[in-house]
Design a protein around this ligand. Structure first.
Ligand code: WQD
Length: 347
């Protein structure tokens, strides 16, 4: 029986495929390559030394989705596929609602038809309502996404909760990621944002490698130790291990459960700059700019539930996050672009 990984060619997905395969799982990858590269999966194959079963399918094409489930023996799904840019979602909200929500509805309808009711869903800390107190955020924190991307995740969580209550044979696990960073230690796969990165660490890496001259630090007037935003950065390798532990739990039970995936530690923008300078030996030029719309001062996870219920905790520290990011950036200054992007044949 196999695990279907939707969005398996993406940043999180490609690292998850390696973790699952190295742990003995049989996986099938679905990706429409709208925001990812076939090159990432070719590198996953190189790292694990075997060929992946890949379907170039869009979740909004239900017939092709049915074809995968009828052809393969799938017993669980880890659902990562979806658009994930906060900024893009504010300028193109309908694109996000249509893609993320309809795609998930199609997936769940086909899962029901084939009686596959084990689902791990990739959600995000952006579902949480902004808070002014600097306390770590637990899974019980009030929800209140403030952008369409986060709102799609919140709507999907509610939809999946309703699905479970309508049919308690389902086993649904919701994973709320904090700030994924880093790369596989081979330097072969990593974060490959389209265009200019919006997230902090890939942007810093582009400055370090000389692609971009200056980092803009969005606000140093936040009520934090050095005035810059504090976030819970988690290594993508730890995130992948967290998914594996949740999958085990999801397979063994029925129910609806939510877990934060973070480290429980927060670092400011200035601390990330200093860590990257230390690791890379490069000076990161930066300019202080006004706060970025929608940003909050502090977002750090309370990770006690995952520790207590899964026995899982993140292990990689800020230096490893920066070292692995730097190795990937140096070896791939333009990411997967200009590589053999012959896609896997469309199903
Ligand atoms: C981190 C800190 C910025 C860029 C985003 C998404 C969220 C999730 C993780 C998917 C903040 C500062 C950033 C820059 C800066 N993704 N910053 N200059 O906004 O916490 O979360 O990624 O689920 O959905 O919103 O991450 O990396 O953009 O920002 O000063 O060029 O770095 O102000 O304090 P964020 P980020």
């Amino acid at each position: 029986m196999a695990v279907l990984v939707t969005g398996g060619a993406g940043y999180i997905g490609s690292h998850l495929c390696i973790e699952l395969l190295e742990s003995g799982y049989d996986i099938i990858v679905l990706d429409n390559f709208s925001t990812s590269s076939p090159e990432a999966l070719k590198r996953v194959q190189k790292i694990i030394g075997r060929t992946l079963r890949v379907y170039n399918v869009d979740l909004n094409n239900k017939m092709n989705l049915m074809r995968i489930f009828s052809k393969e023996s799938i017993d669980s799904v880890i659902h990562l596929a979806g658009f994930k840019s906060v900024g893009e979602s504010t300028s193109s909200p309908l694109k996000y609602y249509a893609n993320n929500i309809t795609g998930t509805i199609n997936l769940c309808e086909v899962m029901e038809i084939f009686n596959v009711k084990k689902l791990v869903f990739s959600s995000s800390a952006t579902v949480y309502a902004p808070t002014n107190n600097h306390m770590p955020i637990s899974e019980n924190h009030p929800l209140g996404a403030i952008n369409p991307y986060g709102h799609t995740k919140q709507i999907i969580e509610d939809m999946l909760r309703g699905l479970y209550h309508s049919s308690p044979m389902w086993s649904v696990s919701i994973l709320r990621y904090f700030n994924p960073v880093g790369a596989h230690d081979s330097g072969l796969i990593g974060e490959d944002p389209k265009g200019v990165p919006t997230n902090l660490l890939p942007y810093i890496a582009e400055v370090a490698v000389g692609n971009i001259s200056t980092l803009f630090v969005y606000g140093n007037d936040y009520p934090t130790k050095d005035g810059t935003g504090i976030r819970d950065y988690i290594h993508v390798g730890d995130l992948a291990k967290g998914h594996k532990e949740v999958l085990k739990r999801t397979m063994d039970t029925t129910g609806f459960e939510t877990f934060n995936l973070g480290t429980g530690k927060g670092y400011s923008v200035m601390e990330m700059i200093q860590a990257f300078e230390r690791v890379s030996g490069k000076r990161i030029n930066y300019q202080i700019k006004p706060r970025r719309k929608g940003d909050i001062a502090f977002c750090v996870a309370d990770v006690s539930k995952a520790k207590n219920q899964l026995g899982w905790a993140a292990e990689k520290d800020i230096n490893t996050m920066c070292e692995d990011t730097w190795r990937w950036q140096k070896a791939n200054p333009s990411g997967y672009k200009h590589r053999n992007n012959l896609s896997f044949e469309k199903e």
